[in-house]
Design a protein around this ligand. Structure first.
Ligand SMILES: Cc1cc2nc3c(=O)[nH]c(=O)nc-3n(C[C@H](O)[C@H](O)[C@H](O)COP(=O)(O)OP(=O)(O)OC[C@H]3O[C@@H](n4cnc5c(N)ncnc54)[C@H](O)[C@@H]3O)c2cc1C
Length: 423
């Protein structure tokens, strides 16, 4: 394979900090491909490839690129943030537990800057919340996705929207993926892969084992009836969508159809009643998904370990949220007992018997009840940063995630502002 000179595409970025114009180069090299059997003549080579730029994936990408590693992010929609933005769940939690911050780092930086730039307010974390959601942070989702994108570009992440992987094969170095999007068909070679698709889609494509319940928690379609909506100041309304999960496009289509039908039904009822709020003024593009596949990892975080705050020897992040299982009858959150803060071990981000692949987000290896608490956004961001740091170090050392010394991972996470559990 003959190397061509690196194509240096110049990106004009406005620095968030200084509002000065700076130039960043796209760090990903493009090389001629004699391997390619496609019409496309190019293979993109990178060190770390992240699939899914949602809650966890955007943070994983920024961390990997900030560690100085070539990073590519593939996202099937046209923006970052996933459930927090496209889904409309713009109230991430929980970063604080029992009077102290337990999740910080890149996710918190992004959330805090979104609130500041939007002239919003953070909850007073010194006041113990009467209900857990009092400590969730209300963010403007439009601003959040724009800032996440800017941070990716500034760190040197190559963003590829509207694409998704069609096939994956193992190579000596790591992986070769065939990715497609409208008018695009491309191969991407990488050393390390991070599956941040929410439902562990990539892990499924590799035929690695996943866990799934017969009946999953309902999804929700978020919308707003009324005369005005102030994003970042108020929460949207929602309807449950039973049977919604992210496993297939067919299930997602059904979920969107039935969610929108229900919202139309409610709107028509309001119109018939002469309700002055009978206007649909906000409707998210798709149903937000609570549960689908989780991975079977090198360890499964159990409900018992979660509610007792078990300190795993390879803990890389904290998590904090009540047990929060939604059913047909609704949800009754079960708060954690005083001073309990669960931890996330690196092994729960590693599919069993795998090499060169990690996951982050709601598909973390856990039993169903533990997952109902682990799946929330602050915890997904903490996992994302831990996976991004681990993949970056593994790529740098030409090794696999579980062979990277834990101390190195923790050092890198500390350097980038994360709170790492003290074991
Ligand atoms: C209705 C609802 C209410 C919730 N309430 C709260 C709350 O109050 N507070 C809280 O903190 N959390 C809450 N959560 C939980 C939380 O929002 C999610 O669990 C979390 O955001 C999931 O993060 P993730 O990164 O795993 O997935 P996502 O944020 O969903 O990201 C997955 C990304 O991957 C992309 N993707 C998927 N498949 C592919 C593919 N094959 N190729 C390319 N891209 C792909 C998607 O487009 C998406 O951008 C709620 C969830 C729901 C559904």
């Amino acid at each position: 394979m003959k190397n061509k000179p690196i194509a240096r595409r110049q990106l004009l970025l406005q620095s968030a900090a200084g509002a000065t114009w700076i130039t960043a180069s796209n760090k990903t090299s493009e090389v001629d491909s004699s391997l390619s059997s496609f019409d496309s003549s190019k293979i993109i080579m990178t060190d770390v490839l992240i699939i899914g730029g949602g809650t966890a994936g955007a943070i994983a990408s920024i961390q990997s690129a900030r560690a100085g590693i070539k990073t590519v992010l593939i996202e099937r929609t046209g923006q970052l943030g996933g459930t927090a933005t496209v889904g409309g769940v713009a109230f991430p939690g929980l970063f604080h537990a029992w009077g102290r911050q337990v999740i910080s780092g890149i996710g918190w930086e992004l959330v805090r800057e979104t609130v500041e730039m939007d002239n919003g307010t953070l909850p007073d974390f010194t006041i113990p919340p009467s209900r857990h959601w009092n400590h969730q942070v209300h963010i403007n989702p439009f601003l959040y996705s724009a800032l996440a994108e800017e941070k990716c570009l500034y760190a040197g992440v190559t963003l590829r929207y509207y694409e998704f992987p069609l096939s994956i094969e193992k190579t000596q170095e790591g992986w070769l993926l065939e990715c497609v999007g409208p008018g695009t068909r491309i191969k991407i070679g990488c050393k390390q892969l991070i599956d941040c698709t929410g439902g562990a889609d990539v892990v499924g494509m590799l035929g690695l084992p996943r866990l799934r319940e017969d009946e999953t928690q309902p999804g929700s379609f978020l919308f707003k009836f009324g005369e005005s909506y102030q994003p970042g100041r108020e929460q949207l309304q929602s309807v449950y969508v039973h049977g919604a999960d992210s496993s297939t496009s067919e299930i997602r289509t059904k979920a969107n159809l039935s969610g929108r039908q229900e919202i139309l039904k409610q709107l028509r009822r309001k119109i018939a009643q002469g309700d002055k709020n009978a206007r649909l003024i906000q409707l998210q593009p798709e149903a937000a998904i609570r549960e689908s596949y989780r991975i079977l990892g090198e360890i499964i975080i159990s409900h018992d370990d979660y509610i007792h705050g078990y300190m795993y020897e390879d803990a890389v992040s904290y998590a904090f949220y009540p047990i929060d299982l939604h059913t047909k009858d609704g949800v009754i959150p079960k708060p954690l007992e005083k001073d309990i803060v669960p931890t996330i071990p690196l092994r729960a981000l590693v599919p069993k018997n795998s090499r060169n692949i990690l996951v982050a987000g709601r598909c973390v290896s856990s039993d169903r009840l533990a997952n109902s608490g682990l799946r929330v956004q602050a915890s997904c961001m903490g996992m994302g940063q831990a996976a991004g740091a681990t993949a970056a170090l593994a790529a740098q050392r030409n090794t696999t995630p579980l062979e990277v010394p834990l101390e190195e991972i923790r050092k890198l996470l500390h350097k980038h502002g994360a709170i790492v559990p003290r074991t």
